[in-house]
Every structure is written in structure tokens, then in C-alpha cells.
Write a protein that binds this ligand. Sequence first.
Ligand code: PRX
Length: 659
Amino acid sequence: MSSNESAEARLYYPPEEFVRQATISGMDAYKSLCDEAQRDYEGYWARLAREHVVWHKPFTQVLDQGEAPFFKWFADGQLNVSYNCLDRNVQSGLGDKVAIIFEADNGRVTKVTYSELLAKVCQFSNALKSVGVGKGDRVVIYLPMSVEGIVAMQACARIGATHSVVFGGFSAQSLRDRINDAGAVLVITADEQCRGGKNIPLKPAVDEALSLGGCESIRNVVVYQRTGGACNMVAGRDLWWHDAVQGQGDACEPEWVEAEHPLFLLYTSGSTGKPKGVQHSTGGYLLQAVLTTKWTFDLKPVDVFWCTADIGWVTGHTYITYGPLACGGTEIVFEGVPSYPDAGRFWKMIQDHKVNIFYTAPTAIRSLIKAAETNPVVHPRNYDLGSLRLMGSVGEPINPAAWEWYHRNVGGGRCPIVDTFWQTETGGHMITPLPGATPLVPGSCTLPFPGIQASVVDETGAEVPWGQGGILVMKKPWPGMIRTIWGDPERFRKSYYPADFQGKYYLAGDGAIRDRNTGYFTITGRIDDVLNVSGHRMGTMEIESALVAHPLVAESAVVGRPDELTGEAIVAFVVLRRSRPTGEEAKKIVAELQAWVGKEIGPIAKPRDIRFGDNLPKTRSGKIMRRLLRAIAKGEDITQDVSTLENPAILDQLKHGAG
Ligand code: PRX
């Protein structure tokens, strides 16, 4: 078979029925959008911004490259994101339509219509204003998956406050760092969160964070009473959500903000230092959220959409809080976990709520495959999933075997799968199939979203031929992109517009390869010291810093190891300030260090495996040989040249875990 034929054989064409009703129908439609962007880049985005976003004051400027790479889009236009998501739908007759179907951890279902959601957002906006929060203030949101989480974010958008959501799984220390960096005036949290049948306290982490120092900018804490569990309220600082909204009117004039006004900050890990506050705009971000929801998810107001992400991550921002609501869809918001009460929960919820479009992460799919193999009762074939018409994947590469299983067993072989590549920094999808147009190849995110100028280059910035791996870059700015790193513009410039490419290209931080025949992109993984564990992004340096903060630890190096379930697993090599432990003692210290990292960063950062050595493998100039550590972590035989190694004997020590 020629290579051409083999590429053909792996293609999954969009089903005709899907193509007929798709918003972007057929490859010609896709290509004509790409051509339009090619001919007149600014004209293309301006047309879409006028057609898909409601402006209070129309823009006359499109892309401003004056202070590159601090690009501006639609800068003289004014709008409000919450108006675009709520008022617009109510005014166009969707007021009584269900906006959110909330399913609690215990299975209780609550439905909220667009009119009700608008009223809740206005009330909470008025409550925020009554405690002195206004345009430009930063508000930290540390809430579980809830209607209130979405209301809090939308209310910030409504009054022009900039939200910074912190995932509920992050520790008090991480929360403190984010509050401190953002200079936030208010924290919104809950007494407890409910996950997997357990009530987990949340408010104590806020109390601890605020007691650590460096959070003096915080004036108030608003607490949503989720469970009624014990909750310490600090007089004069803390107030209950229900008291704050009591007596507040259910109308609130939106604050019209400039298109470049920061809608939100979202902290994410990089290869160096503390997490960085990715700053997003209002106008360009909203355009990207709306367009990708309409084109990648083919979402129409009749659809029931379910994105299983948490609002603590960018996926929850763009494809729960903003995109689906701006498109007038009905969406599921799920409080719980996929494994409770059993691993059939997702399939049961798709069946119960007649979900049409389902978006989840490869790690979840892989864990549900495993569960279905061990317990046939929770296999998707036992549920009626006939309502599904489209499925998506995000956050990490999806291995072809998991893709095929998802396609066959969940989608019944009839639903396209959109494997969407994007990042916290990109605001929305960047490389993704359009389901009514793009033939699919399992494991490939296929082609750039229309208008996005993705390319694969070498270290000098020269494009590499198809079939050859390289560095993924974006050759032109796009509306939804990161605007800066909060408080650190130089770090923004250096991280994303490095001098290697003369500051011209956006560096995604991933490697990629384009198929020799189709030009389809496959992401080959991060090229920096960032790990992807269950679709969660973690910096190795952050984990190393957390480890060396422990009094016992002298030095550490953290690497990733491929893992069948979680994509990557964290492996830490540690040198202690005392002799190298073995046996039971080593196990005890491993457990202590794991718990320590959980407390310093959050449970998602806990190393799976910790190895002790008298030293780390270093070159004679003292550089840690990470490539060697990666090989050891994988259990590979060391075939690499170790002649530059200062201390080859320690390799043997590091090969063995603590039991
Ligand atoms: O390495 C890529 C991987 O996740 C990184 C972005 O992580 P984060 O900012 O947390 O956003 C995740 C949700 C958008 C990327 O640099 N990644 C994301 N989507 C894919 C992916 N890798 C392969 N295929 C994808 N579809």
C-alpha cells in the first residue's frame, strides 16, 4: 500500500446527515472562509465581529499592531459580555428557554432559564456593587461547579470587574499566591463542595490563604452556602451570598467596557517561576468563544451541550460560562465526578438530559474505558445515547485507540469527534476539525480554525516540510489571544514572542508534525518543562520549588513519565539533607513529601513516584541531565552517552522507587 492509500484508509468522513444541517457545511465552505482570511485578514475578523457580537459602540479599528506583541483588537468598540450572553437572548425571545441544567453530585437537578439567569446575575452584580466592587477591580472566585460559579463570573463581567477563577483543587498557598499577584479586592467562595458523595470544606482554605499574609488588598469574602456545614465567618469581612443578594434589584445596567478591557485573568503554569496570570480581553475573546462554539461545536439554540470541564480551567470559561450562553444554547453544569455513584454517570446523564453535544478530556475517556472493561454494567452500550450528534476532546493528545472506542461505543459510530487543540493563552480552539466539513483522523487535531495561521517551524523560524516534526507557532495575532501576563509584560514578550523568531511568531510551547499528504496537524507534546497530567498543566519547576521548601529536601528534579491513564505521571528525584532512606523509612518520607506537595500546590501536583539519590545526575558543569532522568523514570535502559556525567554511580540508586 502506498503512503497515500494508508492516509486515506484512516479518514472518517462527516456523515451526510450531519453535513446537511451543519453551520459550516463541507470542505468548500471551510476553504472559502480560510481564503477570505487570506485575502483580507482584518476584514475577515471585522465582518465576523460585527455579525456575531453585539456592540454598544461599534468599532472602527480592527487590529492594532502598534505596540507588538501587545496587540489590540477592535480597540475603540464598547460592549459587555454578560449582555451578549444573557440580555441578548432574553430580548430575542429565549427568556423562557432553559440556559442551565444543573445536576448536583447527589443527582438532584435544577433548571435555570435565561430570564432567571439574567435576574440572578443582575442581583449578584448589585450585591458586588454594594460592597464597593467596580470596573477594573479583580475578584477571585474559588467556587465548586455550580450555577453560582457562572453567576459570579457573569456578574463580574457585567460590572466590568476582572475575575480570576482559582480551581477548587488548589491549596490555600496557591490561592494566596494568586490573590496576591492579582491584588484582588474580593474572594467569592462556598462553605463546602460536594464531590463523589463527600462534602469537602472550601472556606477554610480561604481563611488560611488570607492569614498567610500578602492578601491585604482583600476587603470582603462572599460565601455561598452549599451544604450548611460548619463555616467560620469573620465579622466585618465575610458575608453570606444569600444575605448579599437579599433585597437587591433584579435589573442592573451593564457596564459598557472597551473591547480591550480585561475580562479575566487565569493563572497557568509555565516552564519557569510561579504560575502566570494570563490576561484576556473582552471583545476579541468573546468573538473567539462565540465563533468556535458555533463552528466547532455546531451549536444551535435547540441543542443541549455538555462540557465536563471545571470552571477553574480555561475550558470551563470559554465552553461553559461564555460560549454556549452567548449562542443561546442549553447546557449541563455538573457538580460531581465521572465515577460516582458509578462509572456510568456520564452515560446516564447524557441519556437523562438528551445531550446532543458532549465535550470531555481523553483522561476521562480512558478511565471510563477501563471501568467499562472491568464492570460491564457501566459500559456505554447499556445506556441510550441516541441523542448525541457530536463529541469533542480537549486538553491532551487523544490516543487513536481511545478515539476509536469513544467513536464506536459512545457516539454509536455516527458522531464526528472534534479533537480541539488550544491553550489557556489562546482563548478558544486553534486547530480543530469542523464537524460538518473536515474528514477526521484519530489522534490528529486536523486543520487550523478558519483565520488561524498555524505553522510548524524549526529553531530559526523557517517552516519545516510536511512530515517533519518541529515547533508549533501562530504566524499572526488572532482576536482571542492572551493580551499580556498580569503585572509582567516582559515575561509575556519573552515567553510567547521570543527573539529566536525575531518576535514575529507566537510560540505555543508544543511540538507538532503535519501529515505528509493531508497537512493535518498532530501535536507531539510540550517542548518546555511543562507536564500534562490528566489534561492539567503543571510546571516541573513549581513542583521542584514545593519539594525543596520541605525542611528535609536539599535538591529535586521533576520529570514526566508517559502514563496509560493520565497521559503523563509526575516523577520526582530527590536528594535529602540526610542519608538516603531505604525500605519502610523511604516509604514514609515519600508519603510525607506527597502530602507536602498537595498542601503547597494542590493534590493534582502530587508526584506519583519519588526516588531518592545521594545526588542527581549532573554534567561536570553542574547541569542536571533531565533527559537521563526521563529515561530512568520510564524504566528504560540507559543507552545514552553518560561520559559527561560527573557521578555515574547514582544512576543505579535512582532506578529504584521506594517500594
Ligand atoms: O500541550 C497542549 C495540550 O494542553 C496544553 C494547554 O493546556 P491548558 O492551557 O491547560 O489548556 C487546556 C485546555 C485547552 C497545550 O499546550 N493540549 C490541549 N489540547 C490538546 C493538547 N494536546 C494535544 N491535543 C489536544 N487537543
